[in-house]
Design a protein around this ligand. Structure first.
Ligand SMILES: Cc1cc2nc3c(=O)[nH]c(=O)nc-3n(C[C@H](O)[C@H](O)[C@H](O)COP(=O)(O)O)c2cc1C
Length: 216
């Protein structure tokens, strides 16, 4: 059993990365092998619309033909049993890097059949991990609830079951709020939340990891 996590955020030790590491800890505790990929370490582009993956009888049929740092990562995802995509929310969406990676990952498997069938060789369990400044109570108003559902839907290209979603809201964003332009934040409340709620979010991440490492 192999569980892969993709950190779509630039920071390797902060909220998103911490959540993803906990997911993988949970998977490892159940005996899975795990891997964390930091997307910002890689030099790659999104889909260039070359359509080599759609060329009937072509040598790249069903496979992304682009060659860059993402190529071996896509191959390892294909061999994995579970995939966790993590991102901070930037202006209402996952990061541009994660979006570029998803284009490459999914388009190769999309078949232009009438029923949009997928050509993924075997089902991969999937989950999303988001971190946000936005409070959870506002997710409905700002459209995150719907956006998260749409992203679950997207992962049905890989996942024959139900993709999962977890998140951590109102994250601690800076080491020292006094040094940055941050008057809109209640710093004490943020710090308190980081000490009391964030550990609970990490526990949810660990539990997700244990679920992902269990065969369907
Ligand atoms: C460029 C940028 C845009 C952001 N946009 C949003 C946003 O639209 N909604 C939100 O809730 N948080 C937003 N944030 C805050 C981050 O999503 C949040 O602090 C997140 O937990 C950071 O993850 P990290 O600690 O793993 O880097 C933004 C942060 C940055 C740097």
């Amino acid at each position: 059993m192999k569980v892969m996590a993709i950190n779509g955020g630039p920071r390797k030790e902060w909220n998103t990365a911490s959540m993803l590491k906990k997911v993988l800890e949970g998977s490892a505790a159940k005996g899975a092998t795990t891997e964390l990929v930091n997307l910002y370490d890689l030099d790659f582009q999104g889909c260039t619309s070359c359509f080599a993956c759609k060329l009937k009888a072509g040598k790249s049929y069903g496979k992304c033909a682009m060659r860059d740092d993402l190529t071996p990562v896509l191959q390892r995802i294909e061999e994995a049993d579970a995939l966790v995509l993590g991102s901070p929310i930037y202006f209402g969406c996952v990061t541009g890097e994660l979006r570029s990676m998803i284009e490459r990952l999914l388009f190769q498997y999309l078949r232009y059949t009438k029923d949009h069938r997928t050509s993924v060789p075997h089902p991969i369990k999937t989950a999303w991990v988001y971190t946000t400044n936005c409070p959870e109570e506002s997710y409905g108003n700002v459209g995150y609830d719907r956006y998260f559902k749409e992203n679950e839907q997207l992962m049905r290209f890989l996942d024959s079951g139900d993709p999962e979603t977890i998140f951590s809201a109102e994250t601690l964003q800076f080491e020292d709020y006094s040094k940055v332009d941050s008057e809109m934040f209640d710093v004490d409340a943020r710090q308190k939340r980081h000490e009391e709620i964030f550990p609970q979010d990490l526990q949810k991440a660990f539990a997700l990891g244990t679920r992902l490492s269990t065969k369907k």
